[in-house]
Ligand binder design. Structure first.
Ligand code: HEM
Length: 93
C-alpha cells in the first residue's frame, strides 16, 4: 500500500521505509511469466472492484499495472517478444 500511495503521487513512505523500489530486482526471486502476470492483474482488478473504484479509475490503473506487470516478466520470454499493442503507425487520413 505505501508503494501504491507513492506511485500515485502521495507521500514517499515506501521509499523512506524500503529505499528505491527496484521492482525488477525485488521480483527477481519469483518466476513471473504471462500466466503469473495475468493472475496478478486479475487480483488487482478484483481489489479495485472490491473498493468500488469507478470504471474510469479501474481502466486507468489497470493500464498502468499492465505495463509494469509486463515489464516484470522474467521467465518464458520469447527470443523476439511480440508487443501486445500495435506498433504500426496509424495512417493519416
Ligand atoms: C502482476 C504480476 C505480479 C506478480 C506475479 C507479483 C509478484 C510479487 C511477489 C511474489 C512479491 C513478493 C512478496 C513477498 O516478498 O512476500 C511482490 C512484491 C511487490 N510487488 Fe509485485 N507482482 C506483480 C506485479 C506488481 C506490480 C504491477 C507492481 C507495481 C505497480 C508490484 C509491486 C510490488 C511491490 C512494491 C512489492 C514489495 C517489494 C518489497 O518492498 O519488498 N508488483 N510482487
Amino acid at each position: 500500500m505505501p508503494y501504491l500511495c507513492e506511485w500515485l503521487g502521495g507521500p514517499k513512505n515506501y521509499s523512506a521505509q524500503r529505499g528505491h523500489p527496484r521492482l525488477r530486482l525485488r521480483h527477481g526471486g519469483f518466476a513471473i511469466g504471462e500466466a503469473e502476470r495475468d493472475a496478478g492483474l486479475a487480483c488487482m482488478r478484483a481489489a479495485l472492484v472490491d473498493v468500488g473504484a469507478t470504471p474510469e479509475l479501474q481502466s486507468a490503473l489497470m493500464t498502468s499495472f499492465f505495463k509494469t506487470a509486463d515489464w516484470l516478466r522474467n521467465t518464458g520470454l520469447s527470443a523476439s517478444p511480440t508487443p501486445s499493442i500495435s506498433t504500426t503507425p496509424k495512417e493519416s487520413s
